[in-house]
Design a protein around this ligand. Structure first.
Ligand SMILES: [Zn+2]
Length: 133
């Protein structure tokens, strides 16, 4: 997180490479759905599919996504969510690298609500002071 991945990272990625080597992806030519791409040259399309021989093969699409991530994302843009109980990481592609939350809808809103509660006259600190009297 926060540092570029160099060629030396390949050693740590060896378990991922072993998993990727087990994949049984194959391609098929299928008729193209006319409604999805009306301006295509051909009525046929090449699509990738996979043999699902065991429950372990469910890991293979995840391994592929992880491989895409480590080969295409600038790890200097990886950040940890700032919400205190959240453990998620995200890629900050905002100008100025100002993103703070994994999701504005979840952790961002929790932070906004916490800030609002602290600023409201009936904040928990105020309630504690009133209860002491
Ligand atoms: Zn979060």
């Amino acid at each position: 997180m926060g540092a570029r991945l160099g060629p030396e990272a390949i050693r740590e990625l060896e378990p991922l490479n072993r998993l990727l080597a087990r994949d049984e992806v194959y391609g098929q030519i299928v008729s193209r759905n006319a409604t999805s791409d009306g301006e295509s040259i051909s009525g046929l399309a090449f699509v990738a599919d996979r043999r699902w021989r065991s429950a372990d093969s469910l890991l293979l699409p995840l391994a592929k996504v992880m491989a895409d991530l480590v080969t295409t994302v600038d790890f200097t843009q990886i950040k940890g969510c700032e919400w205190h109980t959240c453990t998620l990481l995200f890629v900050d592609t905002t100008r100025g690298q100002i993103r703070r939350w994994c999701s504005m809808a979840v952790c961002g809103n929790r932070a906004k609500q916490a800030t609002h509660r602290e600023r409201s006259p009936r904040s928990s600190k105020t309630k504690q002071l009133l209860e002491r009297r």
